[in-house]
Design a protein around this ligand. Structure first.
Ligand SMILES: Nc1ncnc2c1ncn2[C@@H]1O[C@H](COP(=O)(O)OP(=O)(O)O)[C@@H](O)[C@H]1O
Ligand SMILES: [Mg+2]
Length: 344
């Protein structure tokens, strides 16, 4: 099984490109799962996804090809995980609900857990669309965060809570208060208790306990980190478009994700390239000729700068249509010819 990850800043075409790549592979008889994060409204329609499908793998027919598609939903992943550990009720915990909800701190970690689960199925290729820029970097860091979180000192607290706190009896606050007597946390919890009452403290302890109970899922997910770093298994596509500012952001992502993205595992994808169209354009007056030359010059210097930084480089044209289905269709064909050329 191979993983292909599409990353880059917002609006460069990651989701579109990932979908086109997925169809191209499906057309070449591969079993493909496309995991997408934030498709636009139209792209959701094209992929036959609704918010009700979030978190569930769906079989779709797209441009005459069969494809599995999953709209990532941290909430659903969390629910499944709780179920798996025999504790469905923990999804009702108010603190965990916030953490697993939109923009909650557990989102990236839950994405990693979901990816790990999907990797157990028999796909030839899993295509992973990622959130833009900084959220994507959070996603990469989440494996490290899990390890830090379950580091020895935390494990001791969890073990204490797991053994000594009887989940069925709601007198959790006092017991944990006793435990924290020797630590500075006592003062904080005492203060919180006086402000929020037992309920918050109980929710808090229950949340920590729930994470302890489900820790195997978290720790299993950290194994994905190794696979994402393995260039035999994972192909990274760093997507950018021809604007200068996007180019700088792409280089920024590359340097921040260096421990994952090595030179032989990343391919730069320059999207919305004007070169192809400009080259075949024969303007009839001087002003237009100047415009053509100036655009070409800009793109050539940008391409040269990017090529000096990336050993694998693919370029995809700007498509003059307002409907993303046309974008996907043209980009899919382009992926086919790129693959045939033996680049990937
Ligand atoms: N090569 C292209 N030519 C023209 N439009 C494109 C191209 N690639 C993507 N788009 C369009 O750009 C917009 C942003 O694409 P999207 O895939 O949602 O970007 P991202 O996921 O990086 O935020 C969409 O409307 C998409 O259809
Ligand atoms: Mg997107």
């Amino acid at each position: 099984m191979k993983i292909e990850v599409f990353c880059g800043t917002g609006g460069v075409g990651k989701t579109t490109m990932a979908a086109a790549r997925a169809i191209s592979l499906a057309e070449n008889q591969k079993e493909v799962l496309l995991i997408t994060i934030d498709p636009s409204k139209r792209l959701k329609e094209i992929l036959a996804l609704t918010n009700d499908d979030a978190g569930i793998v769906k079989e779709v027919d797209l441009l005459e090809n069969k494809l599995s598609v999953l709209l990532m939903s941290p909430e659903k992943t969390f629910q499944r995980m709780a179920q798996k550990h025999g504790r469905p009720e923990i999804t009702q915990n108010r603190i965990l609900k916030i953490l697993a909800g939109p923009y909650g701190g557990l989102n990236e970690i839950l994405s990693l857990i979901e990816l790990n689960e999907q990797m157990q199925a028999n796909y030839d290729v899993i295509i992973l669309d990622t959130p833009p820029g900084s959220h994507f970097l959070d996603f990469l860091e989440s494996s490290h965060k899990i390890k830090v979180f379950f580091d020895k000192s935390f494990v001791e607290i969890f073990q204490y809570l797991g053994k000594s706190v009887d989940y069925q009896h709601l007198n959790l606050g006092n017991k944990v208060m006793k435990f924290f007597v020797s630590s500075g946390v006592k003062k904080l919890l005492g203060y919180l208790k006086s402000v929020t009452g037992d309920i918050f403290i109980n929710d808090f302890i229950e949340a920590i306990q729930a994470i302890y109970i489900t820790q195997k899922s978290f720790l299993d997910a950290t194994k994905v980190e190794e696979q994402l770093k393995d260039s035999e298994m994972t192909q990274w596509f760093l997507v950018t478009s021809v604007e200068q500012s996007k180019h700088k952001q792409a280089l920024d992502i590359k340097s921040k994700a260096e421990s994952y993205i090595s030179n032989n595992s990343v391919c730069l994808v320059l999207n919305k390239s004007l070169k192809e169209n400009l080259t075949s354009w024969e303007p009839q007056n001087n002003k237009l000729k100047e415009i053509k030359e100036s655009f070409l010059k800009k793109e050539n210097s940008l391409t040269a700068a990017l090529k000096s930084q990336f050993s694998l480089f693919l370029s995809f044209p700007e498509i003059y249509s307002l409907d993303p289905i046309n974008h996907i269709e043209v980009l899919k064909e382009k992926w086919n010819t790129n693959s045939i050329k033996g680049i990937l």
